[in-house]
Design a binder for this molecule. Sequence first.
Ligand SMILES: [Mn+2]
Length: 335
Amino acid sequence: MRKFLLYILRRPLLWIVDRYSSAPQKPIVFKSLSDLFSTAEDETDERVKFLNTTSEEAKFIIFSDQHKGDRSAADDFKNAENNYATALDYYFAKGFTFINLGDSEELWKFSADKILPANENILSKEAAFQPARFYKTFGNHDLIWKNKADVFLWLRKYFAMPLVINEGILIKIKTATSELKVFLTHGHQGDTMSDNNSFSTWVVAHLWLPLQRYLNININTPSNDFSLRNDHNIMMSEWSGEQQNLLLITGHTHVPVFASGRYFDHPSNNIPGKIQHLIKPSYFNTGCCCFDDGDITGIEIENGFIRLIKWHDENKMISRKILEEKLLEDLLKDL
Ligand SMILES: [Mn+2]
């Protein structure tokens, strides 16, 4: 049956995949990011959360792309769980505000009723930052985080309600001499399969993904194809470079980036080099919390610094390592 279906559906499916799925396109990525950013200055618009702080007071930990699963072999998060739990405890105790940039649950592969009960401990560590120190933007795999009814239905057991989920966050940080804008979003903006209205999200979740699973077809998306991830990171760094006094922080590609292009050469990334088109040091990517070896990466803003950090496990000793850091004040000079 499967072979027969595959035979019948192959050509139209491959056409759809070609047409819609893979390569991020620069005009679409730029327009989508600009549209979102244009709503950011409107403090009443819930699409983008607006925060005001100073470089002394700003204290944020930004993680994304946990892709929590059902603990089966296909679960990408389970190896990273201990590192992530240890990191959350550390940041909670130190008074950080936690920003979860999305794709926290892997709802393309597993259903919510399998994922949530399998991750209650981690969900409670995330929820501990509520209400004052917790923000979340939705990613393209976060199907239950995208609308208020689903958030209430699925997540009220784990998180205090009401829980407002944004598409972006804008933090204005006053420094001694100037003001820096830090704009955060998951980073799927402009991805044709993901960045769409609720009808196409429904089509993807209820028709396309089950069909794809049934027929065993793999499509390339920025999170699983290196050259697409690279392209997408370059586009986002170029967009951020066109803005004034702005840092853009995203996740989505699973490739950590610090100051537009100095990749952290994680073995899981198989990255040959750095972004070639170096522009302003305005783009950052958190990497992810589901590397094969259990490592997690994230971005800290604290004490006037922005840092790319890694948590990893060496002989059962879990520790935090600073991979890159720079004073916000110094970054501003180059923006
Ligand atoms: Mn994503």
